[in-house]
Design a protein around this ligand. Structure first.
Ligand code: PHB
Length: 376
């Protein structure tokens, strides 16, 4: 996205990518686009397939106490969300970059960055053919994820890290089946949390709260279907349509923030600087908001030589990051089963769920955060 935005502003960039194109395009991640992300994709010529294949949702269901409770985002905020897989956005972005002559160096290895505390940083790596390369540039964008090399390349003591690890994970599946409901269901039950999301009218994405060290081999398909149905228990229990499970995986849950997000001419964006648990569906939306701000700073720099906007990058984006961190932590806390929860904690959790589904103020607060703050 950063490379695409820079290209539109007439600024050259090179993407050094460790993985293959097939890997990037097939890697399943979350699937909810905020209102502002949808607008940005449309405004920058990337929205065509999304508008054709994506699912526009006007709200979500919160399920607890054996009943569905609807949150009508369209009515509460005037905005809707788009259900469209992150890897579909990645496919559209790769196609657009390659069509516009962009450089994506897939399958690069042995990447290291240097001299980013000077005006001429460089990146060393081996290209797909195994040849050693060195790229000299004006700026490095560290968009290489939580496990990437950029954040750890910064000298010790410069950054402060904030961190929370949750005592559970999500077991996620993709299944060829019709949806259980027209919108997403976030379900809080005594057995644990479940999320019923979608990918298309014929492909569903479902999740079950599980142990962080859960062994996927202990989850044959029948056990998954049985547990999903059990986490829809209650009066108006929707009946799940089962189907062929085409993908299974366990996702860890963690909150993490790096402050600041800049060191010299190295700027971190997305998961390299911050991660959120998937409960608020904020990960990709936050990464996109980061690069919109970074691209704006670079445009100013190349227009009039001023570093002012770039120097304000961290402070500007961290404001949004912390709002999303709070929201994802709060949704996670409200919806999951905590093994150390005492009866008082459980009652408070249920009172909170009741509040956000029965009070307009409560519902509006959740809705405003879920559809996303404007990308200004
Ligand atoms: C997904 O569809 O993968 C998804 C949707 C909503 C979430 C998390 C994941 O909160």
């Amino acid at each position: 996205m950063l490379s695409h935005l820079l290209h539109r502003a007439g600024i050259e960039s090179v993407i050094v990518e460790a993985r293959s194109r097939e890997y990037c395009e097939g890697r399943i991640r979350a699937g909810v686009l905020e209102h502002g992300t949808v607008d940005l994709l449309n405004a920058t010529g990337l929205g065509e397939r999304m508008m054709r294949e994506g699912l526009v949702h006007g709200g979500i269901y919160m399920r607890f106490g054996g009943k569905n409770h609807h949150l009508d985002f369209a009515e509460l905020t005037g905005k809707r969300i788009m259900v469209y897989g992150q890897h579909e956005v990645v496919k559209d972005l790769i196609a657009a970059r390659l069509k516009d002559g962009g450089q994506i160096l897939f399958e690069s290895s042995d990447v290291s960055i240097e001299r980013f505390d000077t005006a001429q940083p460089s990146i060393r790596f081996r290209d797909a053919a195994g040849n050693a390369q060195r790229l000299t540039c004006d700026f490095i964008a560290g968009c290489d994820g939580f496990h990437g090399i950029c954040r750890p390349s910064i000298p010790e003591g410069v950054f402060t890290f904030y961190d929370r690890i949750y005592p559970f994970a999500w077991l996620g599946i993709l299944a060829d089946a019709p949806p259980v409901c027209e919108e997403l269901i976030y379900s809080n039950t005594e057995r644990g949390f479940a999320l019923f999301s979608q990918r298309s009218p014929t492909v569903q994405r479902y999740y079950l709260q599980c142990r962080p060290d859960e062994d996927i081999n202990e989850w044959p398909d029948e056990r998954i279907w049985h547990e999903l149905q059990a986490r829809l228990e209650g009066e108006d229990a929707p009946q799940l349509a089962e189907g062929v499970i085409t993908q299974k995986g366990v996702t860890a849950m963690r909150s993490f923030v790096t402050e600041p997000m800049q060191y010299g001419r190295l700027f971190l964006a997305g998961d390299s600087a911050h991660i959120v648990p998937p409960t608020g569906a904020k990960g990709m939306n936050l990464a996109i908001a980061d690069v919109v701000a970074f691209a704006r700073g670079l445009e100013r720099y190349y227009r009039d030589g001023s570093m002012t906007t770039l120097d304000g990058y961290s402070e500007y984006v961290l404001n949004r990051v912390w709002k999303a961190e709070r929201f994802s932590w709060w949704m996670t806390s409200m919806l999951h089963r905590f093994d150390d929860q005492n009866p008082f904690d459980r009652k408070v959790q249920l009172a909170e769920l009741d509040y956000i589904t029965s009070s307009r103020a409560g519902a509006q607060s959740l809705a405003e955060n879920y559809v996303g703050f404007p990308m200004t």
